[in-house]
Write a protein that binds this ligand. Structure first.
Ligand SMILES: NC(=O)c1ccc[n+]([C@@H]2O[C@H](COP(=O)([O-])OP(=O)(O)OC[C@H]3O[C@@H](n4cnc5c(N)ncnc54)[C@H](OP(=O)(O)O)[C@@H]3O)[C@@H](O)[C@H]2O)c1
Length: 273
């Protein structure tokens, strides 16, 4: 019988996950299909119930359900419980098992480039769910310090407290307070949604240079303003679609127990832009 997988969230119509996973199924000849399923905020309980009814084999979880989904799970893995959010669920005969592949998915392109994280200084722009998984990733890899810059200082402060709790030094600032300090950092990461609609970079790129690593987790468009400016300044660039692929490849391995066909998945999303 064909196995069905899904991504749930709202909005969901622009999700690249169905293309990535369906391309992998086709490449490996797996009798599986992957759909995008819109589940509005407040309707998660009914959404999960309907997924169980159709005997879904597994699903990804995106905005706005990553935290709320936790209470519907029977088990959670270690990353899930550290981060307090899930993005990958498997259905083991009615038992829902939660995982979080965002953290390792974020780290994957950094590791592929052999960029050292230990003792590095990080400027993390944003303090939402993705920024939380990223903070956990930098803590795990023993970065020295994270400066969290966010529109709402209160949210940056809350994330800095989480960072301290999991053992990494952190401070919180507003976006304006970043000024021209970008060159003080080894990694500059955009984890806000700024750039999705072609907005200008959330921080000044003036002092970004060839020693900077600039990672923009916005995956569409590929070349955000932050990326374009940083490229001109000679920085090492990591694209948002690489995190998307990293987390998808890990989810694939959890569900199917085999390595994901990474290059096939990559081609499937690059063909979408
Ligand atoms: N590439 C990937 O695999 C991947 C994975 C996860 C997420 N993402 C992307 O990462 C982004 C954030 O996702 P999330 O789950 O962390 O969302 P979230 O929890 O809703 O957090 C949104 C973040 O963006 C900031 N923000 C939103 N609009 C802003 C604006 N107009 N000006 C300044 N700051 C603004 C928010 O600041 P406030 O605290 O002030 O509201 C907050 O820090 C999204 O674009 C998402 O698509 C990519």
């Amino acid at each position: 019988m064909t196995k069905t997988y899904a991504v749930i969230g709202d909005p969901i119509d622009n999700s690249l996950s169905p293309n990535i996973h369906n391309a992998a199924f086709k490449k490996l000849g797996l009798d599986c299909t992957y759909i995008a399923y819109r589940v509005p905020k407040g309707e998660l309980a009914a959404g999960v119930e309907s997924l169980k009814k159709i005997k879904i084999s597994g699903f990804n979880v995106t905005i706005p359900h990553k935290v709320a989904m936790i209470k519907f799970l029977d088990t959670v893995d270690e990353n899930c419980s550290i981060i307090g959010a899930t993005n990958t669920v498997s259905n083991d005969e009615g038992k829902l098992r939660g995982y979080n592949t965002d953290m390792e998915g974020f780290l994957d392109p950094i590791k592929k480039r052999n960029l050292p994280i230990k003792d590095s200084k990080v400027l993390l722009i944003g303090a939402g769910g993705a920024a939380r998984a990223i903070t956990a990733g930098f803590a795990k890899e023993k970065a020295r310090k994270i400066t969290i810059a966010n529109r709402t200082l209160q949210n940056a402060n809350a994330l800095a407290q989480f960072a301290h709790k999991i053992g990494i030094d952190a401070n919180a600032v507003t976006l304006d307070q970043v000024g021209e300090t970008a060159s003080d950092y080894n990694f500059i990461v955009n984890a806000t949604s700024i750039g999705m609609k072609g907005e200008p970079s959330p921080i000044s790129t003036k002092t970004i240079n060839e020693k900077s690593v600039v990672y923009d987790i916005v995956s569409k468009p590929i070349n955000t303003d932050l990326i374009q400016q940083s490229k001109k300044n000679g920085a090492t660039i990591i694209y948002g679609y690489e995190m998307l692929l990293g987390q998808a490849a890990l989810a694939f391995k959890i569900w199917h127990g085999i390595e994901a066909p990474y290059e096939t998945m990559k081609k499937s999303i690059l063909g979408m832009f």
